[in-house]
Design a protein around this ligand. Structure first.
Ligand code: NDP
Ligand code: MG
Length: 387
């Protein structure tokens, strides 16, 4: 039996992960499940999977969680520290699927236990890539990417020599506004941005897909995880979302990873690694699909892609600043305090404002990353209020 924990269990990735786990009840023992405000779902999942402990990230949700789990013998806890503590319980495999920088401390804690961390929380690598990789190395743990593009690159690299990689192409569906003009995008509402043409995901990543901030985070994630220099990483529009990534080698050959737009493939690959097991995803019918199309992304329409390149070049704590500013700008857009294009404007201004500070020029620790994150949120609040 493999001991499994899922952080962000009540989200889109968490529920898909537990769906796969439920199909093989004899193979897995569930240790810890964490959620946020959706206490009813957290309790339901904890009971269904006989978890040892269920943790909500928010203290005020604890009474409801306790009520829902009373008499079950399942432990309960609340608060972000309790989430991180739960990640310290020994597990062979941990899913990191909290949304945002809040996923970093529990992810690091899980890496300290020496098991496998299935990483959906791309923000961890964007904010603290070197720290995540170094922690994994020090404790003999493994990080497996779950983001579909990065799982695709990982799979295309199996048996290959990374030194022979010339280029990595990650694809983008284009999100909700791929066929909209810049003028129309300027008036977009949060509801319009939160409807994705191909993927069924959480609200925040879906809006990030419409603004290309998701792809921007993924460019940085590719750079941090695979150690590929920024000039060799490309984003490519591919509206069908069937090819998730392509790896080009020094001999001109490319390995493309193709699969349905269903996160259970990437989650299941990480769950079963190093083996492959059958997964309940659609089998593609290429004759029916007919064709795959591609186009270059428009960096004027999507400034997030340019900002990602600047962040990769600058390195250090700029990833943490970029992510925190993006999270604050996304909150402001969802609350209708700023318009859609102002998200990128705010993030750029925060990067410029903090670039001349002495922020985190030294070694990277969890404290320096959290400090950069906090300072970026303060700067973002001021900048957003003045927009
Ligand atoms: P969701 O919004 O669906 O779920 C987020 C999860 O995090 C929920 O369990 C939520 O709890 C919990 N949560 C929210 N805020 C906090 C907090 N402050 N502290 C602790 N827990 C919190 O997100 P997704 O599942 O879509 O995405 C999760 C991660 O995976 C993100 O990093 C995303 O970028 C990445 N990812 C997602 C993909 C997808 O297909 N969805 C694809 C590739 C990557 P609750 O809902 O109970 O409040
Ligand atoms: Mg992705």
């Amino acid at each position: 039996m493999r001991r499994i924990s899922v952080f962000g269990a009540t989200g889109s990735i968490g529920v898909n992960t537990l769906d796969l786990i439920a199909r093989r009840p004899d193979a897995f023992d569930v240790v810890a499940l964490s959620g946020g405000r959706n206490v009813a779902l957290l309790a339901e999942l904890a009971i269904r999977h006989r978890a040892e402990i269920a943790v909500t990230a928010f203290e005020e949700c604890l009474p409801n969680l306790r009520d829902a789990l009373s008499g079950t013998g399942i432990e309960t806890a609340a608060g972000s520290d309790a989430v991180t503590e739960a990640a310290g319980r020994p597990a062979d495999w941990t899913m990191s699927a909290i949304v945002g920088a809040a996923g970093l401390p529990p992810g690091l804690k899980a890496l300290e236990q020496g098991g496998t961390l299935a990483l959906a929380n791309k923000e961890s690598l964007v904010c603290a890539g070197p720290l995540m990789l170094e922690t994994a190395r020090r404790h003999g743990s493994t990080i497996l990417p779950v983001d579909s593009e990065h799982s695709a690159v990982f799979q295309a690299l199996l048996g290959e020599d990374i030194a022979k990689v010339e280029r990595v192409i990650i694809t983008a569906s284009g999100g909700a506004f791929r066929d909209w003009s810049i003028e129309r995008m300027a008036r977009a509402t949060p509801e319009e941005a939160a409807s994705h043409p191909n993927w069924d995901m959480g609200q925040r990543i879906t809006i990030d897909s419409a603004s290309m901030f998701n792809k921007a985070l993924e460019l940085i994630e590719t750079h941090e995880y695979f150690g590929i220099t920024p000039d060799r990483i490309e984003a490519l529009f591919h509206p069908e979302s069937m090819i998730h990534a392509m790896v080009g080698f020094c001999d001109g050959g490319l390995m493309a990873h193709i699969g349905p737009a269903d996160m259970r493939h990437a989650i299941g690959f990480a769950l079963n690694h190093p083996h492959r097991e059958p997964l309940p995803v659609e089998r593609l019918d290429f004759a029916k699909l007919g064709q795959f199309t591609f186009r270059a992304p428009d960096e004027v329409k999507y400034p997030a892609l340019r900002l990602a390149r600047e962040v990769m070049q600058a390195g250090g704590h700029n990833g943490a600043v970029f992510n925190a500013a993006k999270e604050a700008a996304l909150d402001a857009f969802i609350d209708r305090r700023i318009g859609f294009p102002q998200m990128a404007e705010a993030v750029e201004k925060v990067l410029v404002k903090l670039s001349s500070s002495h922020l985190g020029k030294g070694a990277m620790t969890l404290d320096t990353v959290l400090d950069a994150d906090a300072r970026a949120r303060v700067a973002a609040a001021e900048i957003i209020a003045a927009l």
